[in-house]
Write a protein that binds this ligand. Structure first.
Ligand code: SAM
Length: 240
């Protein structure tokens, strides 16, 4: 059985979108993964098929109605009982490579996409939904966030990447950023590829890559380095 994604959205035409191309697109046509985009509006009960209403307490914008969302969520939970249900929201837990690995190792995922000012909070209290954010910025809708999450998962499914690239050396897998890459031409605008990468000495290359992963992570993402445990940091003078 293929890995399955159910996306709950007001814009089903946005799927598969970019995931219909390249690695993910090929994998979709090979049934390595499958996709359904569920129209949330189909679960609206009134004659206008309303999915949103004004915010309680006042303020700008509209809020997605809990009764409509719950009806849609219940339908998907009943049809896909084994899949974790995520909701894309800037108020969610940050998406990580570890989370992506877990999801890719499972049977698939259901993803609820928000619009407007977001979803009525009671949905999160009443249903088993994990709120997930793709970063500290605000998008206009959850669909692009869902595409990001799915892209990250799909490339890890068996048979999607070539046998030579397992993704295990990539950024965040070890907790650090990956080392930098180079390819021909050997000389470009007066800049050469680091000598060690042309040495053929695999031990030296591995050591150089490890060191660059550490120095680049330390300068670009000190937060990651902190979490990883900065093994190469000099101990305080009193401890030496
Ligand atoms: N009022 C909300 C807030 O300040 O937290 C933002 C709502 S946003 C305009 C509309 C929808 O886009 C959200 O319900 C969510 O589904 C999606 N979205 C926006 N930013 C996101 C992010 N960083 N991660 C995941 N989803 C996001």
């Amino acid at each position: 059985m293929s890995w399955h994604a159910s996306v709950l959205t007001l814009y089903p035409d946005m799927f598969p979108g970019p995931l219909g191309h390249s690695l993910a697109g090929r994998a979709l046509s090979q049934d390595i993964w499958s996709l359904e985009a569920v129209q949330i509006r189909d679960f609206a009960a009134d004659k206008h098929r309303s999915v949103d209403d004004t915010p309680a307490g006042g303020g700008a914008g509209m809020v997605m109605r809990v009764d409509v969302l719950a009806a849609c969520v219940d339908d998907v939970l009943a049809r896909r009982p084994g899949l974790p249900l995520l909701a894309m929201t800037p108020r969610g837990a940050p998406l990580t490579q570890a989370m992506v690995r877990d999801l890719a190792a499972g049977q698939g995922v259901s993803i609820l996409c928000g619009r407007f000012e977001g979803m009525d909070e009671r949905l999160f209290e009443a249903r088993p939904i994990l709120p997930v954010s793709i970063g500290d910025f605000v998008l206009s809708g959850g669909e692009t966030a869902a595409l990001v999450l799915l892209d990250a998962c799909i490339r890890l499914l068996p048979g999607v990447m070539g046998a030579t690239t397992s993704g295990e050396e990539e950024s965040f897998e070890s907790g650090l950023l990956e080392y930098p890459h180079y390819t021909r031409p050997q000389m470009w605008e007066g800049r050469t590829i680091p000598e060690v990468l042309r040495s053929g000495d695999h031990a030296k290359i591995a050591a150089w890559r490890k060191q660059r992963a550490e120095t680049d992570t330390r300068s670009r993402r000190p937060d990651l380095m902190e979490r990883h445990g900065d093994a190469t940091r000099q101990p305080p003078s009193g401890a030496r």
